[in-house]
Ligand binder design. Structure first.
Ligand code: HEM
Length: 406
């Protein structure tokens, strides 16, 4: 990650890429929630950072004053967005996540039926076989990188399988998505490069399916209509791009965060290993405590929020992770409670853009953790100093050196 000057005042000059913040943002949110509770920074193009659950509930509803047209936490400048032949041909938007009403609703309606609990359940055997195969690859050694040898492959191969693209190419897909969401978050040129690669890949795939439809997700999307009109090619390319990008880093981060937690909290690890009936509530608690995703909204009209005024062009970060630590809503908010009874977390967002893939993500987390605990109930970090975290838009561990008894 690029080094930036140290932060002296988090309320007026926060840095979402500060290494300490990326590793453990909870103390910063707790302090800001008491102090502001909406912080501001001029760094990374400038933005506002709310920290309370109540503000997040309100801000998602302020549409279109807080618009989804550019939901990245760090925007490209006008110069960076200049003419690019690939983006010009295949489009630059990723509906429905980049749309406001009225065009948001029909686009979202096309995606939702593909990811209902019933629609994702048939992918469970694929995920189970995949998880066992990954563990078979390293279990005899007694060591692995749980982020790179295990967690990353589960969402990458599963979403490739769901979209109907070659899951053997998942390492390439991960490289593109990391280029976009990790390295590219601080480097717009890199982000535009990887966005172009993804667009071109799906552009060619969409054209191939248009010419020869198959029984797969792309062909099904192409067969849909909006207001009696065939759906635009650019929109299908944008949706496939979104599914790949939204489907990989997010769930990888959640699985890795959970494994990191259990490797560093042996009492919780033993409890889950001995009480498997806790998996559902433990997964929700992991999602709450280590929520990976922060989204942004662009201000389109002057908007008053408590003591501050958002001006047109400002960015407001939807800090779902911070809201999930708000003590006004969660008892012992900064404690992991595996059997937490009341857990209305908003890790998947809230309101009209709430995650369309949450059922798939939950199924993948469930399989990933159950198979891991069944095969490797005892494990620990070999070197806590070697753990690395990605942050910004999607937060989670990217290296997890583990050892376990053979
Ligand atoms: C643990 C994993 C995941 C987390 C924490 C997560 C989180 C989120 C969040 C916070 C949003 C709201 C965006 C906003 O308000 O602007 C969102 C939207 C979305 N997510 Fe996920 N996501 C996860 C996994 C997935 C997966 C696996 C898919 C793939 C199918 C997916 C597809 C989407 C889509 C399509 C949207 C846009 C919905 C809309 O704009 O109407 N997500 N996600």
């Amino acid at each position: 990650m690029t080094k930036t000057p140290p932060v002296e005042d988090w309320a007026t000059d926060y840095d979402i890429f500060d290494a300490g913040y990326v590793k453990d943002p909870v103390p910063v949110w707790d302090k800001l929630r008491e102090q502001c509770p909406i912080a501001h920074t001029e760094r990374w193009g400038g933005s506002w950072l709310p920290t309370s659950y109540e503000d997040m509930q309100a801000f998602v509803r302020m549409v279109p004053a807080l618009s989804s047209r550019d939901p990245l936490v760090v925007s490209e400048s006008k110069e960076e967005m200049e003419f690019d032949p690939i983006l010009d041909e295949y489009g630059n938007k990723a509906p429905p996540i980049t749309s406001d009403p009225p065009e948001h609703i029909p686009m979202r309606r096309l995606i939702l039926p593909l990811f209902t609990p019933k629609a994702v359940e048939p992918y469970r055997p694929f995920a189970e076989k995949l998880c066992h195969g990954l563990i078979d690859g390293f279990i005899a050694k007694g060591t692995c990188d749980a982020a790179l040898d295990y967690a990353v492959h589960i969402p990458a191969k599963t979403i490739a399988h769901v979209i109907g693209v070659d899951s053997e190419r998942s390492d390439e897909f991960v490289g593109w998505v990391r280029g976009l969401l990790e390295e590219g978050m601080q480097d717009p040129a890199k982000r535009i490069k990887y966005r172009g690669i993804i667009r071109q890949f799906f552009g060619e795939l969409v054209d191939a399916r248009k010419a020869n439809p198959r029984d797969d997700l792309v062909s099904r999307l192409l067969a849909q209509e909006i207001d009696g009109q065939p759906i635009a090619r650019k929109a299908v390319v944008g949706m496939c791009n979104l599914l790949l990008v939204a489907g990989i880093d997010t769930t990888w981060s959640s699985i890795s965060s959970a494994l990191w937690h259990f490797s560093t909290h042996p009492e919780d690890r033993r409890r889950l290993a001995n009480e498997p009936e806790l998996f559902p509530s433990a997964i929700e608690e992991m999602l709450r405590f280590y929520s990976p995703v922060t989204m942004a909204r662009e201000v389109t009209e002057e908007t008053r929020a408590g003591d501050v005024t958002f001006m047109p062009g400002d960015k407001v970060l939807l800090n779902f992770p911070g809201a999930n630590h708000d003590p006004a809503v969660f008892e012992d908010a900064d404690k992991v409670i595996l059997d937490r009874a009341k857990n209305r977390h908003i890790a998947f967002g809230i309101g009209s853009h709430r995650c369309a893939g949450s059922n798939l993500a939950r199924m993948e987390m469930d399989v990933a953790l159950r198979v891991w605990f069944e095969r490797i109930p005892e494990f620990e970090l070999t070197d806590p100093g070697a753990v690395t975290w990605a942050g910004g838009q999607v937060r989670g561990p990217r290296h997890l050196p583990f050892r376990f008894p053979v």
